[in-house]
Ligand binder design. Structure first.
Ligand SMILES: [Zn+2]
Length: 860
């Protein structure tokens, strides 16, 4: 009960542990009585209940009405569920009156905007992000306290922060997740909170509030920007480029507070200043926590490596980035009893986030000039002496246009500039990502994409493109490889010499412009190589336009087409009459698919369009199993892929109701990874599924779903015997005895947190269509699946397919000679096994084609 002492005694003003009086420009600060406190506005004390997102924003709006000279509301978008996204900028009247100038000067200073800054000095911009994980809802409450305190308090620290720094506060990055949690909690709550951990108010139902509407983890999405909330926020972030970014989270109820310095590993490119500032933040926070007698820890668990977090992404963009973690999360509610008998209350959790917010801002306010100077130097170095071995990158234009366009979009969203070579030339010495060797000469054509490392976003560029990220410590929290050339499957070179883009325009016109609307072609063909072709197929099937796919490569009118090429003939689509051409062309325009009209179906080589080897594609009725036992993103990725990316119907079925499915209304069933299949797929349901497959259905089993089916009657997949158990028996070498202190390290030898493997692909099988350039898989499981004896081993690993990232030595050994994608026939239907998740976090671009093969191509 010791916390109650603090609860009663704590006021926001008492938190100024290190208050030093400051005389700087406090005259520009307005009196405190001008604005409502959160309690006055809301009608309850902060911490008495959870506040829905719109009420949090309404408080900021009220403050903006009452004190317009000190606060600016900056709305930046809308969530999928229609909630407003907004940040507030606050500061002194002097700074707020020239806010736009401060913003643009900052961009000019670092080379992200043309022109010269209008002032020689610049206040730092400090950005605090609250509640990225929706059920870590306490930080949105803390936001209101921070806002009120900074604008109303006569406390010296608050005044110092406001006079020196522009503060940007995002009250809620993930409002859909926040309200999913808060609405649920408020429904569960009685007159008083029940602190018993087994009470239902402490046990959030699946999928929980952590995730976005589509169940993505928004704190894994900063660089990839697959979710609408991330895209809109990052567009704003690039317009401000803060010097500091703090990201507020919660973790398990029992954990004491966590703040910087972060855990190892740090990415090797975290600068000495950034490393040092991690310590500084720690010192500032610890002062507040020590004074109040609060427990905390640093340097454990939360590392600085994977580039798509709210601490690493800002770090790789020159800022000081850090994570704050409070114990609590979706489990804690208003009050919860901990193992030691103490009760953790919402008010305490708010106080801690409030204190670390103020401490962090104070650390900036104490050295504004130094922070701005270091930030500027980061970008000077990026522009003049960029880090990393490669001073430029070349992406061959011979790659698929859809993939290139998607990569360009990712670069643009991250403000990484690129251009085209402009002319053909040979350059000496380039690291070839495909062969992982250095080629003596790289032949560059005019349309090849050239990215120079001599640019402001050079560090981010280097990290997103690095072939293998150097890991100083193997016990990391997340995937260890993300190299974009492999994710997109594009032929890429890293050059040790500087090469500047010769042009901002493509040298040749795109062939799509040549389509003459006056001609009546015999058919249209679309190469099947990336997402736009899939989107086009989905669009055509939805309109009931008949589409076929070529099983074999063919040559026609002097062009070659790979297996999987879509063929849309006038024949079979007569019922669309004169509208046929316009409908097909409109889909190509909408999706960006590469459409070629042809005047004949009589091919030079391959199969004619009327052949049996050109099969009609059905519009499949697709369902995915979701619900308890599935990590929500594993289900969400499939949902998002169909609903947003393909805009193709998909039915979400809860695992508990699988027994009620009307199988005859379904063509494809997707089983994402799930820990509950032994319950969902009891003997009766599994038999029903097998019957349905035998009658022509298609089952796609991913990761643990494949593992669950392995060895079961009717399923050909098998896991190999694990021989590692035998090995440990050999010899009596005491070197192999493990030490207790090393237990985390020992465990990681079985780990494969996410690394890149080159997959051997049978591109003649429909599951391998369009992947002739090779397929790199982001491997996160070492399932040890044996090659199929009867079925098709479409993707498999031999002994040396490892490319990048951390693979524990046992995991690496286990993966040798294993199946990663296979297809078996069962009656008239088929079962597709995928050992990995090709849709992982929606960023592994090449996986989107692979998954489409499983859904639309296999079994036709
Ligand atoms: Zn979190």
């Amino acid at each position: 009960m010791k916390h109650f002492l603090l609860l009663a005694g704590l006021t926001v003003a008492s938190l100024s542990a290190s208050a030093q009086s400051t005389s700087s420009s406090s005259t520009s600060l307005s009196p405190s009585a001008a604005i409502d406190s959160p309690a006055k506005f809301l009608g309850y004390q902060i911490g008495e209940r959870f506040t829905p997102h719109h009420r949090v924003l309404a408080y900021a709006e009220q403050v903006a009405r009452q004190l317009p000279s000190r606060i600016k509301l900056i709305p930046y978008g809308t969530s999928y569920e229609g909630r407003q996204l907004m940040v507030v900028a606050i500061g002194s009247e002097a700074n707020m009156s020239r806010l736009e100038e401060i913003r643009t000067n900052n961009l000019k200073r670092i080379g992200l905007m043309d022109g010269t800054p209008t002032a020689s000095s610049q206040p730092p911009i400090a950005w605090l992000s609250y509640n990225v994980h929706g059920n870590e809802a306490v930080s949105s409450e803390a936001f209101m306290d921070v806002l009120y305190h900074l604008l109303s308090s006569s406390d010296a620290v608050a005044k110092k922060i406001m006079s020196t720094t522009v503060v940007i506060l995002d009250p809620g990055l993930n409002p859909d997740g926040h309200d999913r949690y808060v609405n649920w909690y408020n429904q569960m709550q009685g007159r008083v909170a029940d602190p018993i951990p087994s009470a239902r108010e402490h046990n959030e139902p699946w999928p929980g509030g952590r995730y976005t509407h589509y169940l993505f983890d928004p704190n894994r999405d900063w660089a990839w920007q697959t979710q609408e909330i991330t895209q809109q926020r990052m567009a704003l972030y690039q317009q401000w480029m803060p010097q500091l970014h703090g990201d507020f989270h919660e973790m398990g109820v029992e954990s004491p507070y966590y703040f910087a310095p972060s855990a190892k590993p740090y990415h090797e490119d975290v600068t000495p200043f950034q490393r040092q500032f991690q310590q500084t933040i720690g010192q500032y926070c610890s002062r507040y926590f020590d004074k109040n007698g609060w427990l905390y820890y640093t340097r454990e668990r939360f590392d600085l490596f994977y580039p798509s977090y709210g601490d690493t992404y800002p770090t790789y963009n020159g800022a000081i980035g850090m994570t704050f973690e409070q114990g609590g999360s979706g489990r804690a509610g208003l009050a919860i009893e901990k193992a030691d008998g103490d009760t953790l209350t919402l008010r305490q959790r708010i106080d801690h986030h409030f204190a670390s917010s103020i401490a962090t801002l104070e650390s900036v306010a104490d050295r504004p000039t130094e922070i701005v100077k270091e930030f500027g130097q980061f970008f000077d170095k990026s522009r003049n002496t960029p880090i990393g071995a490669y001073k430029s990158y070349v992406i061959k234009s011979s790659g698929d246009a859809g993939r290139i366009k998607a990569l360009q979009q990712l670069l643009e969203r991250n403000k990484i500039s690129y251009g085209y070579a402009g002319k053909a030339q040979n350059v000496a010495g380039g690291f070839n990502y495909t062969t992982q060797k250095t080629d003596k000469t790289v032949a560059i054509t005019a349309d090849d994409i050239v990215i120079s490392a001599y640019q402001p976003k050079s560090t981010l560029l280097k990290i997103l493109f690095e072939q293998n990220s150097k890991l100083e410590d193997s016990a990391t929290y997340d995937i260890t490889a993300w190299s974009l050339p492999y994710a997109f499957g594009l032929q890429t070179y890293g050059l040790t010499t500087r090469l500047n883009p010769g042009s901002t325009q493509l040298a040749t016109a795109t062939p799509a412009a040549a389509v003459n609307p006056q001609t009546r072609p015999y058919a249209y063909v679309v190469k099947w190589q990336s997402l736009p072709a899939v989107q086009m197929l989905a669009g055509l099937l939805k309109q009931k336009i008949r589409v076929r796919a070529a099983e074999k490569p063919f040559e026609l009118e002097n062009k070659t087409y790979p297996s999987g090429t879509l063929i849309v003939t006038r024949a079979g689509n007569e019922r669309f009459g004169d509208r046929f051409d316009a409908l097909v062309r409109a889909e190509a325009t909408r999706t960006g698919a590469d459409l070629t009209p042809v005047q004949t179906g009589f091919v030079t080589t391959g199969s004619d369009f009327g052949s049996d080897f050109v099969s009609g594609l059905k519009a499949p009725r697709v369902a995915v199993v979701v619900g308890e036992g599935t990590p929500p993103p594993s289900a969400g990725e499939v949902w998002h892929y169909f609903d947003q990316e393909l805009q193709y119907p998909i039915t979400l079925v809860d695992g508990n109701t699988l027994g009620n499915v009307q199988w005859n209304k379904l063509d494809v069933l997707i089983l994402p990874t799930n820990y509950n299949y032994s319950r969902f797929l009891n003997e009766k349901t599994l038999n029903a599924i097998k019957e349905w497959v035998r009658a022509g259905g298609k089952l796609i089993a991913m990761e643990r779903a494949a593992s669950f089916l392995a060895g079961k009657d009717g399923f050909e997949l098998k896991e190999k015997e694990d021989k590692s158990a035998d090995k440990s028996k050999k010899g009596d070498n005491t070197d192999t005895l493990k030490r207790y202190i090393d237990r985390e390290r020992t465990a990681v030898s079985d780990d494969i947190p996410g690394s890149i493997y080159r997959v051997n692909i049978d591109t003649s099988h429909p599951l391998g269509f369009g992947l002739s350039g090779g397929y790199y898989s982001l491997v996160q499981n070492a399932f040890n699946f044996d090659y199929l004896k009867e079925g098709w081993n479409v993707g498999y690993l031999k002994t040396d397919n490892y490319v990048a990232g951390f693979s524990g030595k046992n995991a690496k050994e286990k993966l040798k000679n294993t199946l990663v994608m296979g297809v078996q026939s069962l009656g008239r239907g088929s079962v597709v096994y995928l050992a990995d998740d090709p849709l992982f976090r929606g960023f592994w671009y090449n996986g989107k084609l692979l998954f489409a093969n499983a859904v639309f191509m296999v079994g036709n």
